[in-house]
Write a protein that binds this ligand. Structure first.
Ligand code: AMP
Ligand code: MG
Length: 334
């Protein structure tokens, strides 16, 4: 299959493909999503096949607005209304009970809940509004690989497997949305993202719990995606929690390093084996997946040392993705 690249002006062509049941990747402010009409079971199953995604890992349903969402949610509790008013469109995914029979069970992985998201991207809004139906939108990467933040990343993973990609340039945030579970007694963040538990708590006026820990030993974890290997480049990744430890590491042709410019300047390593995470945490969020992919193209690199961050809730999303990429491996200072 030929994978067409669409520019912003060619949304109508992409809508036609989606309406016909084809798969089209689309830009959002977080990462690129792999779109398929959410009401068509065959199309939804095609998403799992294209990504190589386990079938018990449910898909996020992407809507153009809260009105569209209400057709597929069993109910929209007051908490959800508050969050939607404050954060939508934006990088917040809300887990609610699904309206029985409104979506194929392939979307929800057989669960009685469904995750809704309304991206802050005018292109995506147009696409879904013109289609008149929600689209599923998991990250548009091969399962286990870092999420794509450019159309080129999507093309690299899925060329020949999907009908098209809408090129909207680089994703602004670079890490996937925050997921909050509102199907339980107390709101819980299942995946950290740009919107922090603190911000959610301030809007809800109540405590928001965080559950992003190890769930691999639970048979049915709350966010099934969390039990799978994720964001894994070909080389082994090691988190360097304290940047001063970079000085202890011997860098050579087989090692890569990803760090802020201020640290990178102090590190003696071949230039092409250094990847800049920018000036600050916001830049690092934006660059993390691109950096992991950069080293995937360098076959000589066997190990990548990546700067870790701590100290505030704003670091949760970055560290969550980095820890998974590193399979929990942290550099131990000598
Ligand atoms: P991705 O599609 O790659 O952005 O990942 C979506 C994440 O949302 C995965 O971790 C899924 O397991 C999680 N998710 C989607 N739908 C549900 C649901 N109904 N219940 C719990 N987690 C969900
Ligand atoms: Mg993903």
């Amino acid at each position: 299959m030929e994978t067409k690249i669409f520019s912003e002006g060619q949304i109508d062509d992409a809508v036609k493909l989606l309406a016909a049941g084809e798969l089209v990747a689309f830009p959002t402010e977080t990462v690129y999503g792999l779109g398929a009409i959410a009401t068509n079971e065959k199309s939804v199953k095609g998403v799992y096949a294209a990504k190589g995604r386990p079938s018990d890992n449910p898909l996020i349903v992407t809507v153009s607005d809260a009105e569209m969402m209400a057709k597929y949610a069993k109910e929209v509790p007051e908490r959800a209304q508050k969050l939607i008013k404050h954060f939508w469109p934006g990088p917040l995914t809300i887990l609610l009970f699904v309206k029985p029979g409104s979506l194929p069970s392939a979307v929800t992985g057989g669960l009685d809940t469904v995750a809704f998201r309304c991206p802050d991207d005018p292109l995506t809004h147009d696409l879904i509004a013109k289609l008149g139906s929600p689209i599923v939108g998991p990250s548009a990467n091969t399962s286990t690989k870092p999420s794509p933040t450019t159309a080129q990343h999507v093309y690299h993973d899925l060329k020949g497997k999907i009908a098209g990609i809408i090129d909207g340039g680089e994703a602004r945030v670079g890490l996937e949305s925050t997921i909050i579970d509102l199907s339980v007694a107390n709101p819980v963040v299942l995946r950290p993202g740009e919107i922090t538990p603190e911000e959610l708590s301030a809007v809800l006026g109540e405590e928001v719990l965080i559950n992003t820990g190890k769930v691999s030993d639970q048979a049915v974890p709350k966010a099934p995606g969390m039990k799978y290997r994720h964001y894994a480049p070909a080389a082994a990744v090691m988190v360097v929690d304290d940047a001063k430890d970079f000085a202890q590491i011997n860098f050579d042709e087989t090692t890569g390093v990803m760090a802020l410019d201020s640290e990178l300047a102090k590190i003696a390593a071949p230039k092409e084996n250094k990847f800049s995470l920018g000036q600050n945490l916001v830049d690092a969020d934006h660059q993390l997946f691109g950096g992991l992919r950069y080293f995937d193209d360098k076959k000589n690199i066997k190990q990548i040392f990546v700067q870790g961050f701590s100290g505030s809730e704003a670091t949760l999303a970055y560290m969550n993705r980095l820890n998974k990429a590193a399979a929990g491996h942290h550099y131990q200072a000598k």
